[in-house]
Design a protein around this ligand. Sequence first.
Ligand SMILES: Nc1ncnc2c1ncn2[C@@H]1O[C@H](COP(=O)(O)OP(=O)(O)OP(=O)(O)O)[C@@H](O)[C@H]1O
Length: 255
Amino acid sequence: MDGANLTRGDALRVESISKAFGGLKVFHDVNFTMPAGGLLGVIGPNGAGKTTMINIISGRLPPSSGRVMLGDTRVDSQPVYSNAGRGLVRSFQQTATFNDNSIEDNLLSAIRFSGKDRSVLERLAVLLEKFGLVENWRRDANLLPYGLQKMLGLTMALATEPRMLLLDEPAAGLEKSERGNIDDYIAFAQTEFNCGVLLVEHDMDLIKRLCPQVIVLDGGKLIAEGAPGEVLARKDVIDAYLGGSDEEDDHAQHS
Ligand SMILES: Nc1ncnc2c1ncn2[C@@H]1O[C@H](COP(=O)(O)OP(=O)(O)OP(=O)(O)O)[C@@H](O)[C@H]1O
């Protein structure tokens, strides 16, 4: 089905998704829905399959079974550029820019990739200014501080004019003082693009601050869903984190 048939009101539905890499079963029969324009947090210990879920939704990896629907369109196992054209776009945990290209050229590459035109830059002007990208406009991405590279990668995702944005640990690697940029970025995505946001994060303060709803992946299953305050107080969720890394123990204890 053509992406043009999708409307801004299309929900994203993950339907009975299972994924195995050879003998490693990452998850089994996972179901959830993201309302159009909504904000859903996805948490879980290291290795729970959060990035794999983003890879499946965005078309980068096929599921072993199940399907992902954006409105009436099946989006799993579709080329990533086709999904980008439909407005389904992901960001990466690490910075994912073209290193020896300027900020401007990186943004234009993202715009071309999704079949849009450079007028999108006008919509992004406030954000580009706020993050300090304008003052570095012609600098190569690899010469930028890490925090700026990260905000460039995230802004490239917005340059595709997404309807559903899949964010893989946007705060990872940022200084505490830079993390407020993620709040601003998500607020901008939702107001300017009326965009749904799926937020994978280990930063529980960020999750609690921003997400009305979260789901928890652990041991191959979706073990909990609901408001962060309730979900993070549940014993099975605390146990899932205590079984994880030291970093996650810290997060669980802060929650
Ligand atoms: N392409 C792949 N081939 C084989 N195994 C993989 C592949 N991608 C991920 N895995 C494995 O699948 C499991 C889930 O990994 P994934 O990166 O999705 O977890 P995660 O929840 O995002 O972890 P983290 O919080 O550390 O980023 C891990 O055991 C990982 O080693």
